[in-house]
Ligand binder design. Structure first.
Ligand SMILES: *Cc1c(COP(=O)(O)O)cnc(C)c1O
Length: 380
């Protein structure tokens, strides 16, 4: 059976060589724009491509404001700071995510709380979130949400749209609103994914995207913060550019800021990639359809977009019968030069987060035992 999968993937990509999980594709104006930054000498933190890239992402996602950053992780760190996450805070997130989600919480000096995901969406479960908040929190006289166990403020909730499949973000926002918890969306993987016809990353107070080399489009390394709140957008720009106060020649910084800006060189790549975002999304979706039909025939479970969602299908995934099957599949495919990867180890099992407070994590555990990502580079 696994042999058929290997043959199918080799056929799709038309090669006997090693096949990576997700490779970038450059077929547009990338070289022209990157060369333009070199010719103009504006390769660093000033230049027209940064602004252009921000405008394109804002327009595409429907967010009012977009602020480019050096990577998705720095965007996450900044986004959490924007909504006031500090060392007295706790942030609810999902245990099934890439490490950057949890680390960004730690960078603020805050503690993560892990609440389960849905099996259907692979993202934070609105139902488990509601149960957790009901059982474990109170609202103080200032309207702040307090964790009964630790007496700390639960300042933010950080759901993630796994592999580009939207979680039930409208319900999550509604629940968090009633507890005065700010929602920051880790949409690092979901540029081009919509939930109820609205772009992911634009439901919460702040959202972030990543343009790492393995994402749906890339700037080599880069990120973006999106928000509809003008004051937050301005503060995002300020924090990510060393908190420098504008002045004709003096160096005045009014708080501890960060050097998190995106270079013009990287943004040039981003502008060229954004020009073709519709093609990237369409091709990812076509690839997913092809896989879906194949795995149906094979009687294997392929992860499809959740209800009410239009996914970018950034990373394709299958669900194996159990952990042994998962491991057997991983060994078989990787031994034969086809890169496949298990879903992430749950955050609460990692050394740094083993003492974190957790809800019931049965769905996350079930998925950790079974999910494998398969080759997902777009085929042009
Ligand atoms: C890729 C990714 C990030 C971080 O992005 P970088 O640009 O690599 O820093 C954050 N969260 C999730 C879920 C990601 O997949």
């Amino acid at each position: 059976m696994y042999q058929k999968v290997v043959e199918f993937i080799r056929n799709l990509y038309g090669t006997d060589a090693f096949i990576a999980l997700h490779e970038p594709q450059f077929f547009g104006n990338e070289k022209e724009y990157v060369n333009d930054t070199i010719d103009s000498t504006f390769v660093s933190s000033v230049g027209k491509y940064v602004t252009k890239f921000e405008e394109m992402v804002a327009e595409y996602t429907g967010a009012k404001y977009a602020v480019a950053t050096s990577n998705g992780t720095s965007a996450l760190h900044t986004a959490l700071k924007l909504v006031g996450v500090d060392k007295e805070s706790e942030v609810i997130t999902q245990p099934l995510t890439f490490i950057a989600t949890a680390n960004a919480i730690s960078y603020c000096g805050a503690k993560p709380i892990f609440v389960d995901v849905d099996r259907e969406t692979l993202g934070l479960s609105s139902q488990k979130l509601e149960t957790f908040l009901k059982e474990n929190t109170t609202i103080n006289s200032d309207g702040e949400c307090i964790n009964k166990k630790t007496k700390k403020f639960i300042k933010a909730c950080l759901p993630m749209h796994t592999f580009g499949h939207p979680c039930k973000i409208d319900e999550i926002v509604e629940i968090c609103d009633s507890y005065n918890i700010a929602v920051v969306e880790d949409a690092a993987e979901s540029l081009g994914s919509y939930y109820k016809e609205r772009h992911t990353g634009t439901f919460g107070k702040v959202g972030i995207f990543s343009f790492n080399g393995n994402k749906i489009i890339t700037t080599g390394g880069g990120g973006m913060i999106v928000t509809d709140d003008e004051a937050l957008a301005k503060r995002a720009k300020h924090l990510t550019t060393t908190a420098k106060v504008p002045h004709p020649y003096e160096y005045i910084h009014d708080e501890i800021g960060y050097n998190y800006r995106l270079t013009n060189l990287a943004a040039a790549l981003g502008v060229a990639q954004m020009e073709n975002i519709d093609i990237f999304v369409q091709k990812q979706r076509e690839l997913a359809k092809t896989y879906e039909a194949f795995f149906k025939e094979m009687d294997m479970e392929f992860v499809t977009e959740p209800k009410d969602a239009r996914s970018n299908y950034w990373l394709n995934a299958i669900v194996l019968k159990d952990r042994d099957e998962r491991d057997a599949f991983l060994r078989y495919t990787n031994d034969r030069g086809i890169m496949t990867r298990p879903i992430w180890r749950l955050m609460n099992k990692l050394e740094m987060y083993k003492d974190a407070q957790c809800g019931d994590l049965s769905n996350a555990q079930w998925l950790e035992d079974r999910i494998v990502n398969i080759t997902s580079s777009v085929i042009l």
